[in-house]
Design a protein around this ligand. Sequence first.
Ligand SMILES: Cc1cc2nc3c(=O)[nH]c(=O)nc-3n(C[C@H](O)[C@H](O)[C@H](O)COP(=O)(O)OP(=O)(O)OC[C@H]3O[C@@H](n4cnc5c(N)ncnc54)[C@H](O)[C@@H]3O)c2cc1C
Length: 386
Amino acid sequence: MDIHAPAAEAEAEILDAIEKWLARDVRPHVLRLDHADEYPQQMVEQMKALGLFGATIPQEYGGLGLSATTYAKIVEKIAETWMSLTGIFNSHLIMAACVARMGTPEQKAYWLPKFASGEIRGGLALTEPDAGTDLQAIRTRARREGDHYVVNGTKTWISNGIHGSCFALLVKTDPEAEPRHKGMSMFLAEKGPGFRVSRKLEKLGYKGIDSAELVFEDYRIPADRLIGGVEGRGLQAALSGLELGRINIAARGCGIASAALKDSVRYSQIRRTMGKPICEHQAIQLKLGEMATRLQAARLLTYDAARAYDAGERCDMEAGMAKYFASEAAVENSLEAMRIHGGYGYSKEYHIERYFRDAPLMCIGEGTNEIQRIIIARQLIARNPA
Ligand SMILES: Cc1cc2nc3c(=O)[nH]c(=O)nc-3n(C[C@H](O)[C@H](O)[C@H](O)COP(=O)(O)OP(=O)(O)OC[C@H]3O[C@@H](n4cnc5c(N)ncnc54)[C@H](O)[C@@H]3O)c2cc1C
């Protein structure tokens, strides 16, 4: 891709390159890899070559510097083919966003080019066995010892936990602090002595990508890995990446909802009952009409949130609405696609059952949909004082 081309041209160019890659190197292999729960190593190498590990990293650090809008379109396209692939670069890019927004100039200069090229890949390690939504309740502790910190604790559900080597790690540097977030810090933790993967987690869907539990036992980390160089800004670093993360989940939801619709439109014209294609039965037409409207609404919410993000506006309400609506659209469209496909929708020879297994994760990741509605309501009230 020519990174100096005007934005619209560059966007069309990268979307075209991705479409060709999906058709040639991804689509033919998805069923096999997903059912075998096999890590798509070859596709990861191809994603590196496409620049996806640097998609939203600024160009001055070797990334593509794409807008959230272009990024959302890329994510939707890839998720339409195989949602799991988007997880391999998304949490990696949130880790990079923490450094880009909160890191010291030295940290940006050292880490961002390595993240952008995919030489170092990883993700975000926030969740613990006893703390997901309530991040301020985490117990992983980093204690200062000279020019190092010593980390002890456990993180769970960490995407890229096995195949990644570096993680934005949220810890408590002062467990007694009040308010609690003032005692939280974020480090860039590379695998090494004291940092081990304790197990791979088995899942309903989201196959191929590794989700793992990470254990830290007297893991010594140099003090210069503290993002921003100042303790107490960990929660802020974590939250700073979440708006983009939610736009990404919304785009993934659109991708699944779109795939479910496209497959249904195609199948309903081929499958015949009572002497005509099922798309001529009104009961099926009602489903297709609802699915298409839901997808369009999800897309518009996603683009609206991405536009606000690109304009530098506060967009937690917009990103929350997009994430909430698009993830529910993915769930509803995948179930409707299964009904339209009848018994074949339940078959592992078709893609529909995968959409149905993958879609619910969109309702959980990057803040559950319960929390999204609370964020929307709080912002609504804050923006409309009585
Ligand atoms: C496949 C997968 C991949 C993941 N990848 C990552 C990753 O890479 N990095 C990472 O850090 N985490 C990751 N997660 C973890 C994910 O972010 C958490 O599962 C999610 O934040 C919810 O936390 P929890 O599971 O602890 O649920 P809980 O926080 O225990 O919530 C349980 C239920 O209570 C509701 N609830 C909780 N608090 C409130 C409240 N105040 N008001 C109303 N309802 C509430 C929730 O909405 C939910 O319905 C992943 C999870 C999965 C399943």
